[in-house]
Design a protein around this ligand. Structure first.
Ligand code: ATP
Length: 311
């Protein structure tokens, strides 16, 4: 059954230079137990997409629909969403969160603060221990202050915080960025274990190799749009969008020659999309690409590219 159904989601931020079209007309469907990876260059709208789902945008206007287990979460009152969804069914590991742990409180106090915010009335000690255990940390960390923990431990703590109320769906925004390779591998292994236990993730990353480990589905974002969406297998084996192809070719391999890179830079999100967002950088552009491409169905999702109009 589809538990997350995002339809035509758009987010516009106000700015002194005009509206920023940070997310434009995004569709995503996820079935129970599935996880999705969102990949794309910096500033293409990945975090905005995640923050929209958990309704934590700092500003901006949002359009479209997000259904979570058939409930329209954008239509709920803030109190209803906070009471029943945020942290309980949907939680988030925010980008850079491990550096935002409060230096003057112990980890235990910070866990209790979350429970207080969410009016938790059960056995809080046990709940915190469960969360700490689920990320393979020793309960001694609870007595410590953030500066007494390593980067990997802090990242586990913020993941445990997101898992505290046992949500079904966790949005993890760059959870492995800024960690060394060994710790990255540990965090990925942890997410894989949690996934096996039934949790679903929306994993945001620049790193396609990381996604291949976790994601059943992948959304490739470019200039605020998902330009290609499908199963991981299809996206890796049979990428359709020239941008997806370029991204995959830019991954260094041990065997191959030097990786290719995509020339040029991403479009300004200050311009409303009227042409293909990738037009300026696309090696396969045709005249038609000056018009905004529709989402064309592929074997397992969709692609926003005129090259597939007749296929
Ligand atoms: N509160 C805000 N007000 C105005 N513009 C914003 C705001 N938050 C983000 N933006 C802009 O929206 C666009 C998308 O930002 P977002 O952080 O979602 O991208 P991202 O893909 O997550 O980037 P990164 O990979 O660098 O974290 C960027 O141009 C950014 O400058």
């Amino acid at each position: 059954m589809v538990f997350l159904d995002i339809r035509g989601l758009s987010v516009k931020y106000p700015s002194s230079s005009g509206p920023v079209y940070a997310v434009d007309d995004v569709d995503i469907q996820l079935e129970d137990g599935q996880s999705i990876g969102i990949a794309g260059e910096s500033a293409c709208g990945k975090s905005t997409l995640g923050l929209s789902i958990i309704r934590m945008l700092s500003s901006g206007t949002i359009q479209g629909n997000i259904f979570f287990e058939n409930d329209s979460i954008l239509d709920m009152s803030e109190s209803d969403f906070n009471e029943n969804y945020r942290w309980k069914k949907i939680s988030m590991v925010f980008q850079g969160a491990m550096n935002a742990l409060d230096p003057v409180f112990t980890i235990n106090e910070q866990f209790h603060e979350i429970l207080k915010q969410h009016h938790f009335e059960g056995n809080s000690k046990q709940l915190i221990l469960d969360a700490i255990n689920s990320v393979s940390l020793d309960e001694n960390v609870l007595k410590k202050y953030p500066h007494e923990l390593s980067g990997g431990m802090k990242q586990r703590v913020v993941i445990a915080m997101a898992l505290l109320l046992k949500p079904k769906f966790v949005i993890a925004d760059e959870p492995t960025t800024a960690l060394d390779m060994l710790i990255q591998a540990q965090i990925i292994a942890l997410l894989k274990t949690l996934k096996k236990e039934g949790m679903s993730f929306l994993l945001i990353t620049h790193d396609l190799a990381v996604l291949s480990e976790i994601a059943d589905k992948i959304g490739i974002m470019y200039g605020g749009q998902i330009v290609e969406f499908g199963t991981s297998e299809e996206i890796y084996k049979n990428p359709q969008h020239p941008y997806t192809q370029g991204l995959l070719e830019s991954i260094p391999t041990l065997k191959g020659g030097s990786p290719k890179y995509i020339k040029g830079s991403p479009p300004s999100l200050l311009d409303a999309p009227t042409a293909c967002r990738f037009l300026e950088r696309c090696p396969l552009a045709i005249e038609k690409c000056k018009k905004l491409p529709p989402k064309l169905a592929t074997k397992t999702g969709y692609v926003r590219c005129w090259l597939y109009e007749d296929k």
